[in-house]
Design a protein around this ligand. Sequence first.
Ligand code: MLT
Length: 312
Amino acid sequence: MSPITLKKVNQIKTLNNIAESGLKVFRKDNFAVDNDCENPDAIIARSFNMHSMDFGSNLKAIARAGAGVNNIPVDKCTEQGIVVFNTPGANANAVKEMVLTTIMASSRNLFAGVSWTKTLEGEGDQVPKLVEAGKKQFVGKEIKGKTLGVIGLGAIGALVANDAIALDMDVIGFDPFISVDTAWNLSRTVQRALTIEELFANADYITVHTPLTDDTKGMFNQATFSIMKPGVHILNFSRGELVNEIDLAVALEEGIVGQYITDFPNENVLKMENTICVPHLGASTAESEENCAIMAGRQIKDFLETGNIKNS
Ligand code: MLT
């Protein structure tokens, strides 16, 4: 009788509730998926901070079900030969919809108007009269014909730019990693090529879609606020550290920044009247969680089975 050879079972550790649809890929074949697994071959994670995590001796790959990898110690992984994947574009539509929603909501003072209306009290026609008065207090502005500056022309920035053009905005762009001319030729989305200084000086709205790196950290600061159009709306659904929030608080107080909209609020600005701060919701839709989990699951399965490194 020939000896039975047991196939190695690959252990996959999941962190922060990865959508089940992405894990289906592991349910057959030689994989075990568990969030308690101590010595995994691979990890699939959302935003869990792995900087002080003990990886065990078997770890070969980490897939981040999302775009940013700043919760992963990438340099340590490179030294140890651990491959790091992310899921570029998988949550781009969710972020784009959040950006467009909040560009319009901030322009129409929607959240301030809702909060104010909830405080109204009265009987008979008192509330309708007060509601009429609120009309003057929350007069908005239209986005048609206004200039949107998109910083970062990757998957998310290009989608935002495209749809903003459809909403009759004038869209200008800058990317720290590729020239705007290249971005323009690739995506056909940005209407004018600019330096970042020109973008800051011309935009009525600025939305930022760059990763957090040593070069982009603090790119919104006192010096850059000072060249912006007074009253500019800044949308940051990328990373809080792109903005120097002490300088931002001053710019908000002085009206240089008209509104700051973010899902990375900081205690310096979150209670200010002209900020719209939400939890980390930019990419938080059922569809995007599923897309990211499916892409991450496939990347890990493919890598463990074939050694293929495909970051898409
Ligand atoms: C990302 O990095 O993909 C976004 O910040 C969204 C998220 O992590 O939930």
